[in-house]
Design a protein around this ligand. Structure first.
Ligand code: NDP
Length: 494
């Protein structure tokens, strides 16, 4: 039994009551967050169990897999497809570099799909091995009491286990909007495992998944129509950078349909007809709904045991990831805080530290960088210009750089890279950074460290660049593009 638990304060010896729990911790859901929490808790000495549905690339109520959305049907397979899609335009760019691609190169979707599936099966195995010091149950987990989890196995057998602590880490699921013909659509789950590469695609949504899949399919040669209901995609990101992404997607041949949604879908002899709210008919082999994800909490029986959910179904937790029931905790997308894999990993790590290492630790949500893997990618950390104006006490200085990446000077590709720094004029601190261009996520990770350390613009300027690189632009933006006064409303500390 684990010896140090926050629940018990100064506990050194297990009480009799604790001795009779089957486990110190039962984790429901073996995605990134759940696996991290289980492993680390076991390393701190806890007796840990975890349950997860059997592996399948497409999730359902009876399938899932150790590794979860990120590894099996999210970040990892998506990035593999992004790499695959990049080769198409790269081959075009190679011509002016002297590569004579004489015949039209063929892209074989099935080869890539097979390789992708092999890789996620391999990763599923690695994740299972990571759980060597944790008892893994295959089946659906349900919480049937503050200290009791029931595992429903594939054959329907139900076995219940008692646990001193229960951790909900069941992630989220893609949601479809309800319009006539919605059953003809796919979500990102299916999009990552299609039998054939679609020739024509209609995508509804303007978020991460929509722009990433638009880039993937376009890069592979498909005709892509992207419908989103705002003027620009990627609501919530810096407006100027959203416009850059929109311009780049269009430049790469994606048909952009701003301020547009779909009203109905119908099967035709030649695929699917998607009708827009402007009365336009778009024809497709595949219609992808990328209209957000909802917390995966429905089948967990949480409300019956008194766990509070919000109106989206997200499990409500405090700053330590604890629910209103002291023995039940939750991390990751099911809590709908910041739905990113590295954030779930942080929450899982700090949960284990808090509960089993006697070191109560709150996740720190400041300066979390993120990336949208459209082609070329967008990556950001800190505040957008709009957020900075909203939150600042004083003037905001904005530095921008829009330049032709050196590679494009020879390839002839007409696509600018754009970088931006947002600076609090009073403190000189850099409070936001963004970049849209090749390698943006690789560059932004380092910038995130600088922001986390509270770097000032003067310190950026005194850093010597790496030449020739795009990254050096971040330390050579000398002249201010504009100074913006703060919004006139109550201020918070930046
Ligand atoms: P997002 O929340 O990013 O975007 C949802 C999109 O769907 C928005 O453009 C939204 O429009 C639109 N939408 C919602 N409802 C409707 C509707 N009824 N009609 C028309 N459009 C609608 O969700 P995604 O599905 O793209 O991704 C889910 C989450 O997964 C992301 O939030 C992110 O946390 C994570 N993710 C992260 C990735 C990464 O880190 N690279 C990659 C992929 C996913 P509007 O803006 O107008 O509301």
């Amino acid at each position: 039994m684990a010896r140090k638990m926050l629940n018990d304060g100064e506990m050194n010896k297990p009480s009799e009551e604790e001795e009779h729990y089957d486990f110190d911790l039962f984790v429901v859901g073996a995605g990134s967050g759940g696996v991290r929490a289980a492993r680390f808790s076991a390393q701190y000495g806890a007796k840990v169990a975890i349950c997860e549905l059997p592996f399948h690339p497409i999730s359902s109520e009876v399938s899932g897999g150790v590794g979860g959305t990120c590894v099996i049907r999210g970040c990892v397979p998506k990035k593999i497809l992004v790499y695959g899609a990049n080769f198409g335009p790269e081959l075009e760019d190679a011509r002016n570099y002297g590569w004579e691609v004489n015949e039209r190169p063929n892209f074989n979707w099935k080869t890539l799909l097979h390789k992708k599936t092999e890789e996620i099966v391999r990763l599923n195995g690695i994740y299972k091995r990571l759980l060597s010091n944790v008892k893994l149950f295959e089946g659906e987990g349900r919480v049937i009491g503050p200290n009791e989890v029931e595992v429903i196995q594939l054959d329907g057998t139900k076995i219940s286990y008692s646990a001193k602590n229960i951790l909900i880490a069941t992630g989220s699921r893609a949601q479809r909007i309800a319009i006539p013909g919605q059953e003809l659509t796919i979500t990102s789950d299916e999009a990552l495992s299609l039998e054939d590469l679609p020739r024509r695609v209609v995508i509804l949504g303007g978020g991460y998944i929509a722009v990433e899949f638009a880039s993937i399919w376009r890069g592979m040669g498909a005709k892509v129509d992207l419908c989103f209901r705002k003027e620009l995609p990627l609501r919530g990101f810096d407006d100027e950078m959203r416009a850059v992404v929109a311009r780049n997607l269009e430049g790469r041949g994606i048909n952009m349909h701003p301020c547009t949604t779909l009203t109905e879908l119908a099967k035709t002899e030649d695929g699917i007809r998607a009708r827009t709210d402007h009365g336009e008919d778009l024809l497709a082999d595949v219609v992808l709904f990328a209209t957000g994800r909802t917390p995966n909490s429905k089948r967990l029986n949480l409300e019956a045991v008194g766990v509070e959910l919000d109106k989206t179904g997200a499990v409500k937790v405090d700053e330590f990831s604890r629910t209103n029931i002291p023995s039940i905790w939750a991390i990751g997308d099911v809590t709908n805080r910041m739905n990113l894999t590295p954030v779930a990993l942080m929450e899982g790590t700090f949960f284990a530290k808090t509960v089993f290492a006697g070191e109560p630790t709150k996740p720190d949500y400041t300066h979390i960088p993120c990336a949208v893997f459209c082609i070329p990618p967008l990556s950001v950390v800190g505040l957008s210009e709009e957020e900075a104006i909203e939150k600042a006490n004083g003037d905001i200085a904005v530095y921008t750089s829009s330049f032709n990446p050196m590679r494009n000077t020879i390839s002839g590709r007409q696509e600018k890279s754009v970088m931006k720094l947002v600076v609090d004029k009073e403190t000189d601190k850099v409070i936001g950074a963004s970049m849209c261009g090749p390698d943006a996520p690789e560059i932004m990770q380092g910038i995130a460290v600088a922001l986390k350390c509270g770097a000032t613009k003067t310190q950026f300027d005194s850093t010597v660049g790496i030449h020739p690189s795009a990254a050096e632009e971040f330390v050579t933006m000398r002249s201010v593009t504009r100074v913006v006064p703060p919004a006139s409303k109550p201020k918070t500390n930046l």
